[in-house]
Design a protein around this ligand. Structure first.
Ligand code: ATP
Ligand code: MG
Length: 472
């Protein structure tokens, strides 16, 4: 494995460690990612004894090109080093043994051997170590056949999975996250232990869970993670609203589609087309209000009236609970959830210019993302239906481009603003001013006047006359 340790930093660490007569290993994710040919930035080094001392010695050797940060409470130190091209980060820690109490994922830590340190790792593929010392430079230490598990594409705990997961329940999320990112399976024994311990996830902070969910949703096929979260029993603790989407009810022999699996298909469809994480969250939540709005009607069958509006209203509560950001990213998700039915309705009818203008006005710069979501939302198994919808969407898209070029509605700025109206008629801020402004906006959106200053001014004067507003 020495050919993977060609970066000069490794021979430097090796020299320093040999001089101090310290056994020293690269360990964990960095080694795993070398073997998987994945890019990996953070290098973890474990040594017997104090990791801080080793880091300090390395830093002295590197001189002015390096920065040292020491975290005494954790017994770790980080060396940042610029090799002329980029910054490299190496984290140093002493090998340790961990023991856990029942109600915390914070272990009691003692000094230990390399084997102790590998035992405390979450998965066999994350317990690989490469020796950095003298003769043994590049030698692989793999006590749990992590290499075999990489070949078999398996996520498996090194020790009894019930203990591993009960000690630190975050590892259940990590198992599912790695399975999703790497496209690996979870070893059946390991997965059964997640099912048995799922309730333990309650002791994990929502921030950490959100961090893992972010990694799942950014993966190439994010549905894999959500299916595993559902099958393991973790999903109701993480996002009960999402868990509630699962299942099919039947009345008079009519079933509706399973909204959980439909949602995941939409999510994967979006993921194929876009790396935008927040568009993916919007896909995940686009039908979130379906369980709440579900009704059965003898004439209409299953309906989910207003599920888009109610869904948008549910988003802040869900984001707060899940510790997702409450800023403009949430507003974006809300907007897409609220608008996700609009292009479909448009595509079902004759596509009028004014409907297209209103859609452009409401979606603004997010119109392309909204169209992407709507196209992803066509998951019917009826090929003819899919073809018809996609054709209509193509027409909506053509119209969107056409009208945007002509009328520039996307970032609509009224061509006549309120202060001009107030000045001209010597009016204070008032209902009349608001009404004149919205009359102009509606006339433009309805195509009565073009989005231009002169036309808008003339139209405003006429509207004012009709409302009985006079220039003093
Ligand atoms: P990534 O960097 O993609 O998140 P990683 O495996 O490198 O994946 P890190 O959080 O960087 O994850 O952790 C580095 C190593 O520390 C892991 O490979 C693993 O050996 C160990 N580790 C991290 N978190 C845990 C945990 N909760 N339980 C046990 N070992 C862990
Ligand atoms: Mg890492």
């Amino acid at each position: 494995m020495r050919n993977h340790l060609t970066h000069p930093i490794f021979s430097l660490i090796s020299e320093v460690a040999d001089e101090m007569q310290r056994p020293c290993f690269v360990i964990g994710g960095f080694v795993r990612d070398i073997i998987l040919h994945r890019p990996s930035k953070d290098i973890d080094v474990v040594t017997l004894g104090s990791g801080i001392e080793l880091a300090e010695a390395l830093c002295r050797r590197l001189g002015s090109h390096a920065h040292l940060a020491v975290f005494r409470n954790f017994g770790t130190a980080q060396v940042k080093y610029h090799d002329g091209k980029e910054w490299i980060e190496v984290e140093f820690v002493g090998a340790r043994r961990e023991s856990y109490s029942h109600n915390s994922r914070k272990p009691i830590v003692e000094d230990g051997t390399l084997q102790d340190d590998q035992n405390r790792r979450d998965f066999t593929i994350n317990a690989l170590a490469l020796c950095l010392n003298g003769e043994r430079f590049g030698e692989l230490v793999d006590p749990f056949d992590g290499i075999g598990d990489i070949e078999r594409e398996l996520i498996r705990t090194p020790l009894d999975p019930d203990i591993t997961f009960s000690d630190d329940p975050l590892r259940m999320m990590r198992a599912i996250r790695f399975a999703t990112q790497l496209n690996f399976r979870i070893y059946p024994d390991t997965f059964d232990a997640i099912k048995r311990n799922s309730e333990r996830i309650k002791i994990i902070s929502r921030e950490r869970i959100a961090d893992e969910l972010g990694k799942i949703i950014r993966a190439d096929i994010p549905s894999r993670g959500f299916i595993l979260l559902e099958e393991s029993g973790l999903l109701p603790y993480i996002c009960p609203e999402l868990a509630a989407l699962k299942g099919v009810e039947t009345k008079d022999g009519h079933g509706h589609k399973d909204n959980f699996y439909h949602t995941l298909t939409v999510l994967d469809n979006v993921a194929l087309r876009s790396r935008n994480e927040w568009l993916r969250w919007a896909a995940l939540f686009h039908d979130i209000a379906k369980p709440r709005t579900k009704r059965y009607d003898v004439r209409l069958g299953w309906t989910f009236h207003n599920h888009n509006f109610i869904g948008a209203k549910m988003i802040p509560g869900i984001f707060r609970f899940m510790k997702l950001p409450l800023d403009e990213r949430m507003k974006y998700v809300q907007k897409l959830v609220e608008l996700h039915m609009r292009p479909i309705v448009l595509a079902e009818e004759v596509v009028t210019d004014s409907a297209v203008r209103r859609l452009l006005f409401d979606a603004g710069d997010d119109i392309d993302d909204l169209m992407c979501l709507c196209e992803a939302d066509i998951t019917s198994r009826n090929a003819e239906k899919v073809r018809r919808y996609l054709e209509n969407f193509a027409l909506v898209r053509r119209k969107l481009t056409e009208i945007e070029e002509k009328d520039r509605i996307r970032n609509f700025q009224p061509p006549v603003d309120g202060s001009e109206i107030m000045e001209y008629f010597a009016l204070p801020p008032s209902r009349e001013v608001g009404e004149l402004k919205s009359a102009i906006k509606n006339a433009i959106l309805d195509g009565i006047i073009p989005n231009e200053r002169d036309a808008a001014w003339q139209y405003m004067l006429k509207a004012a006359e009709q409302m009985g507003i006079k220039k003093p």
